[in-house]
Write a protein that binds this ligand. Sequence first.
Ligand code: OSB
Ligand code: MG
Length: 368
Amino acid sequence: MNIEGFELRRVAMPLVSPFRTSFGTQTSRDILLIRAVTDAAEGWGECVTLPTPVYSPEYTDAAVDVLTRIFLPALGAARLSGAHEVAEVLHPFKGHRMAKAAVEMALLDAELRAEGRSFARELGAVHDRVPSGVSVGIMDEIPRLLDAVGAYLDEGYVRIKLKIEPGWDIDVVRAVRERFGDDVPLQVDANTAYTLRDAQHLARLDEFGLLLIEQPLEEEDMLGHADLARIVKTPICLDETITSAQSAAAAIRLGATSIINIKPGRVGGYLEARRIHDLAAAHGVPVWCGGMVESGIGRAANVALAALPGFTLPGDVSASDRFYRVDLTEPFVITDGYMSVPQGPGLGVTPIPEILDELTTSVEWVAV
Ligand code: OSB
Ligand code: MG
């Protein structure tokens, strides 16, 4: 694999409606794309960092800095035989997993395109379509939330995830159950908004038959989650806490998680994501594919990952129009609640040049 250089491109994508979580409100997505240029092919990667370190310690300007000054030159100097060596070359550098994941994704896409193989096949997908779940933000009032949930159910989403925080939890879940019934697959995501002192409060969610409670406590608090799991009956599912196969193994051993949300960016790449899938499967722990409000580029790879056999719960893999009026790629759509897994070489999708140009806010070429 002979790398000629990397293009770092910032793209501003307005959201169709504000997306509010316990850590803040997004109205637009500032996406960092990496285009890897090799002598055999080009490949695309999407960095899932947010503009500020409110979900994880990473943020987009830091990703640009560490990629430009450290990671891309190291990869250029390394004489890689393939994208599977990216993680090893970058291993001496601590953290910055989303930045690492983005460049690994770009080089993997280039390599697979050159060889005519798809992400899905490379990762070990066993399905050609995956069930689609949707993540629903916090809103100002319950009636608006019920309208939004009703609209998503009408569109065919097979699982609803409600973002929660103190003051927007029990009553909201009760209202959704009362309106839409007990059969709707339903789960909640707190993005670390509670502490172990809230255990009895969170146990009040048990009566609603939720699939899981996602990341109720702080990301470092593995023991707290293990304690909480003994108090609440609803399964605990970790997101922010799981940053590698090692932390996944620890969380499973401690009983801190009985289901895992796998996000490739958070764990340093699609290859580490597959390792977590394999580890979880060996322990009988179900996994599902999380999302970071990706464009069609990141979405394509997530859908491929979600088609692996251990992904037995619907993921946050929603249609392009859940977040964007215009996507960078051909839009992802859902049919009967499912999304098709791209089968073409590499990601199977590329940005549409005119749309990409229109939404681009900056471009930087890094020769290596
Ligand atoms: O915690 O799953 C999360 C979006 C940004 C940051 C964190 C999270 C989310 C979501 C949206 O819930 C998932 C999606 O992309 O559909
Ligand atoms: Mg989450």
